[in-house]
Design a binder for this molecule. Sequence first.
Ligand code: FDA
Length: 310
Amino acid sequence: MVVRSALLWLSEHQGAFDFVRGNPLTQRMASRFVAGETLDSAIDAVRRLGKTGTRASLDLLGESVTEREEAVRARDEVIDTLDRIAETGVDANVSVKLTQMGLDLDYDWCARNVRELLTHAKQLGIFVRLDMESSHHTERTLRLFQELHGEFGDTTGVVVQSYLRQSADDVAKLIAMGARVRLCKGAYAEPAEIAFQRRHEVSASFVELLEQLLTDGNYPAIATHDDPLIEHALRFVRTRNLSPDQFEFQMLYGVRRDLQGKLRRDGFNVRVYVPFGTHWYPYLMRRLAERPANVAFMAMSLLKEGLLRL
Ligand code: FDA
């Protein structure tokens, strides 16, 4: 818990990035979770996944931008990503973070930015998922999503985090709207007043929301690598006679490739979230926070490297 909190704290402090980026070990660690710094490298990764029958969601890394120019640049890069998906015909859609599109600068300005992006996506017939960020952004993300869903329909979808206590209400509203929802546990440090803290509570909430989405939702995405939760989903789907084309499993690039393969072989849709770009630091820190073993591995390697230099 302490390690997780420390890593999540670091993820929000860009100052540490210079040290981390220059370090070959963290670069290697990042390359496990990030498909490269360029769109070309990301498309290569998507092609490799495609050969195994796995779909992708491309994520241009970046969040919490502080300048409008940065947000415009990010929007244009996402538009390039959409164009490249269309040109190459790879089986991929796109995920974006609203703070990358300027949510913290100005809500209406950000909305215009995202509308431009979605207009382009709709013309190309490519789906765009709005990722969910920390609880400072939940209300604004859901509000903007509701507006955009009214205008763009199934071109866009959103994310619900099972650790948030309010998520049962949000899921009910999203189901009533016919919105496409990705369900995940949630990756940020949130206080107990608004978020479940214990693993079993987060999982129980996941199960409850999962069952609602599978029963009444619109092509839900089950985004987890957690075996018991996936087994629960599979049992539920079997007892309800749901067909595999009514939902998909989603996992992160570089995580549980064994499980991705098994679900694919069993005939389920699997989509992998493929992050790329130069702004990989907060993303890497959140991935390390999820699994202390990753940190232990990194610490051991750093120690070995240090000993070799002695
Ligand atoms: P859990 O963390 O319990 O992991 C279960 C098992 O999976 C572990 O025992 C380990 O084997 C493996 N595993 C999980 N994470 C690993 C890691 N980093 N390295 C190595 N092994 C790992 N969050 C959010 O707040 N907003 C969002 O928009 C999204 N979007 C999103 C998309 C997709 C496709 C996925 C899969 C996840 C997200 N998340 C997210 C992240 C999510 O909230 C959560 O933090 C991670 O998925 C880890 O939780 P699990 O459900 O996998 O369980």
